[in-house]
Design a protein. Structure first.
Length: 230
């Protein structure tokens, strides 16, 4: 069931910009009966110990939208969420009524100075190779993606946001390059995930049948014992 939920969530986010696929990490579950003499192999079975996120690069697609940004390489954009700082690879920003660049959910994008990126909607927005955002030849802010020393301290918050639980000293400027007018696509492989979904569903159905057979055998055993006692 855990694998089924995970694969289904991956497929549901195939079109989510910046989404990173989740995968399973398996281990072996050993039942308490396995320590008994003459125990059989069925007392051991695979179990999903935890899930992990694959941060591999997604394809960059051209949008020609001046407020769309994509990172090629490592790094995350920094945004201000409702309960603190969040990080994302989804660069589909839009202009708020106050002139701030915000995410679809309305979270303000932070510049390298930690302040919200604010632009003039009446002027064209351009970005230099160094990440400087300019309007009318004047630099108004700078985009500087950040990276993390320990990626395992990142946890997903929704479909395209991450929260970092490590110390501030583990955050550093990223080496990835920001491209304007592009978005990073989800790194979920359609064919791979579809095949995985079918496989997991078949395994799930087989286990359901096995449980049903086991329940019938137990019921039959109880009935036979009752008859012999009579």
């Amino acid at each position: 069931m855990e694998s089924l939920d995970l694969v289904a969530n991956n497929l549901a986010n195939v079109q989510t910009s910046g989404f990173k696929i989740d995968r399973e990490f398996y281990n072996i579950y050993t039942a308490a009966e396995a320590s008994e003499p003459g125990a059989f192999d069925p007392t051991q079975m695979p179990v999903v110990e935890k899930s992990w996120t694959d941060y591999s690069q997604g394809n960059l697609k051209q949008t020609a939208n001046q407020t769309d940004f994509a990172i090629a390489g490592n790094g995350f954009f920094t945004v201000t969420g409702p309960s603190g700082t969040l990080y994302t690879r989804n660069g589909a920003f839009q202009l708020s009524p106050t002139g701030n660049l915000v995410t679809t959910e309305g979270y303000p994008l932070q510049g390298s100075d930690g302040k919200p990126v604010q632009i003039d909607p009446r002027q064209t927005l351009q970005m230099t190779a160094q990440g400087d955002l300019q309007q009318s030849g004047q630099t108004i802010s700078k985009l500087l993606p950040v990276s993390f020393t320990n990626m395992s301290e990142l946890s997903k918050q929704g479909s395209s946001y991450f929260r970092f639980a490590g110390p501030p000293t583990s955050i550093a400027p990223a080496t990835g390059l920001v491209h304007q007018g592009k978005l990073e696509e989800s790194n979920v492989g359609n064919a791979e995930s579809a095949v995985r979904l079918v496989t997991v569903m078949r395994q799930f159905e087989m286990l359901q049948k096995a449980i049903g057979i086991g329940a019938e055998m137990n019921q039959k055993a109880i009935t036979d014992v009752a008859r012999s006692g009579a």
